[in-house]
Each structure stands twice: as C-alpha cells, then as structure tokens.
Design a protein around this ligand. Structure first.
Ligand code: PEP
Ligand code: MN
Length: 342
C-alpha cells in the first residue's frame, strides 16, 4: 500500500505516523523523492488488506495499492530517479559514469598501472575483482584482501572511486571497508542472504543481472537489498544467455529503457561481459550511452592478452582512450554528457 501524504508535512509528524503504523504491526518506508512524500507499507499487509484501514490516519491524503510485486524500487512509490551521490561522483544524474579496470586484480603494479591509464582518460571508478566467481575451481580465484589493499591504494592515488565484487554475506564488511561500491555478480543475483547483507551495508551496491533473469526477477533481487535498508542500488545489464554462441552473452539493451520505466534505480551497462569480445566493447558502449544508460563498466588491461581472466573481452588503454573520446562526442549529441573525473 502506498500512503500519499498531505503536502508540507514535517518530518516529526511523519515519524509519528511511522511509529503509529509500527504499533499496528506494520512496517513503513518513506520515499526519498523531492515531490510528494509517500510512505510504502511493506510488511503486515496483503491482498486482503483494505485501503480504508489507512484512510482515516492523520496526514494520509490518498491510499494506493501497489500494482507490482516490487514496491520500494517502483516508480509508483518514487517517481524521481534515484541519484547516488558519492564523493564527487553522482550516478543517475543524467551523466554517463565510466567504471573501468581489469577483470581481476593481479598484482599491485598491475592495478596501479591500469588505474593511472583509466584515470587519465576520464574514468571515475576503478573496477577490479579480488574475489572472483570462476566457472572452474582450478582457475585463478582472486587475491582476496591483499588485492583490495592494492586497489584502494591505486584508486586513492589517481582520484578514483572503487568497485569490487563480494561473493558471500560474511565478506560484506571486509569488502565494504576497502571499496566505495560493492558489486554483486550475475551468478549471485539471487543469493538472497547476500542481497540482505548488502542491504545492511551503507555503501552503494551494483547488482548485475543474472545469466537468465527476467526483468521482474532482477528488480525483485534489488528489492531485497533496498527493503533491508540500503536504497543505493545500481542495476547492471551485463548480457544474458541465449541460443547464440558467437558472442559470450547477448547484451540486452532493451533492459535500459524498460528498467528505467519500471524502477527509479540507476542502470548501467557492462559491454565487456555482455559481448565477451573486445572489438564489440566500443560500439556497444556507444549504444549504451545512446539508449540512456547511467554508466558503463568496462574491462581494461595494459596487456589484455596476458590478463588472467576475461582476456578476450578486455580492451587496451589505447582503445579505451579512443572510446572515451567517441563517448564525449556522442554525449554532446545525446545531451547526456560523460561525467568527467573528480
Ligand atoms: C566481473 O565483473 O568480472 C564479473 C564476474 O561479472 P559478472 O558477474 O557479470 O559475470
Ligand atoms: Mn570479468
């Protein structure tokens, strides 16, 4: 149920109403939009709950039942887009945020060199995995905490924010102590314990679409994290498994306008995992910008062929530089400029 409140009500009055709802055994969450204040009653109601239960409450002007299974992430609840503000980088504010770096952190020198290159071309966020979800247990699994230390140093040195994957609920405090954004990978999109643990964390979360997840499943996964108290979730389209094997995945760019219609959360695109082929990364990055994505996340390595993971889809700094130049030019046409580094 969405409770639309009267205009110009103070925060104390809203808190009182929330406490009153809690006393009724319900849980209500306030919208963050700049327009009307809405309260979403997310626990203690079901299909049989009658709107009249709420209409007599003080401040409540209108009661609207939810139209979808997802609630806090819906546009019904919050019309304005969520803007995630992080130390000089805003995600979802109409600019294109570029996250770039290696698939995996391989050494201190490797991440320092790559950070320097991507920062010089205007990336805002350094990516790199320290806990890697590999298909084979015999493949490189990541440097763990040691890698996170190298990444923090490299990001700081070059004025970048950082993002890295967390694979278990237990590791959420550790990873979030080193990075600015937590990444939940495609394979863990429905790891509900992890989604909940990320909800208890204060750092923004980048949630990647599962390999065969529908839009609804994807949004409901985000709803887990948001409903556990973390509103700062960024969705990431990274390609889905289809019948075609020429590309690693099929990058579903339709996801961008569809998800923007369904939810207020920012959505970014990963053309590296989305295609699996490095020559397709620049064109699909441009396509992502053209379709209105809030950002891209791209794998870059100073020696792509020698990358220990995802070498085939990793671009070199020179290709990255050309791509950034093209994105800047495209941004001036689409009216969605590229976010310049801090
Ligand atoms: C990654 O970003 O390196 C990664 C493993 O991504 P995904 O979860 O999308 O496969
Ligand atoms: Mn990768």
């Amino acid at each position: 149920m969405i409770l639309v409140l009267e205009q110009n009500v103070g925060i104390e009055q809203i808190s009182e109403l929330i406490s009153r709802l809690e006393a009724m055994g319900l849980k209500a969450v306030m919208s963050r939009g700049t327009g009307r204040t809405n309260l979403a009653v997310i626990r203690g109601v079901d299909k049989t709950t009658r709107p009249e239960l709420f209409t007599h409450l003080p401040l409540v002007e209108e009661v609207i039942p939810f139209r979808h299974k997802f609630k806090l992430t819906s546009r019904d609840f919050q019309q304005e887009k969520t803007i995630i503000e992080m130390d000089g980088v805003n995600i979802g504010d109409g600019s294109l945020v570029v996250m770039a770096g290696p698939c995996a952190i391989e050494s201190r020198q490797q991440i320092l060199e790559i950070a320097e290159k991507v920062a010089a071309e205007g990336a805002s966020v350094l990516r790199g995995g320290a806990f890697k979800p590999r298909t084979s247990p015999y493949d490189f699994q990541g440097l763990g905490e040691e890698g996170l230390k190298y990444m923090r140093e490299a990001a700081k040195l070059h004025g970048l924010l950082s993002i890295s994957e967390v694979m278990t609920p237990e590791d959420v405090p550790l990873v979030s102590s080193y990075v600015d954004i937590l990444q939940i990978g495609a394979r863990n999109m429905q790891n509900f314990a992890l989604l909940r643990a990320a909800g208890e964390c204060k750092k923004p979360v980048l949630l990647k679409r599962g390999l065969s997840a529908t839009y609804l499943e994807f949004i409901l996964a985000a709803e887990y994290t948001v409903s556990c108290g973390n509103p700062n979730v960024i969705l990431c389209e990274r390609g889905i498994r289809t019948f075609d094997t020429y590309t690693r995945n099929t990058l579903d760019l339709t996801a961008v306008p569809v998800l923007q219609e369904m939810t207020h959360l920012p959505i970014i695109v990963d053309p590296s995992h989305g295609t699996g082929l490095r020559h397709l990364v620049p064109p699909m990055s441009k396509a992502a910008m053209a379709v209105g994505a809030d950002g891209i996340i791209v794998e870059v390595h100073t020696d792509p062929d020698a990358a220990v993971s995802d070498a085939q889809q990793t671009i070199c700094p020179m290709t990255f530089a050309t791509m950034m130049k093209d994105l800047r030019a495209l941004g001036s046409v689409t009216g969605m400029p590229m976010r310049e580094a801090r």
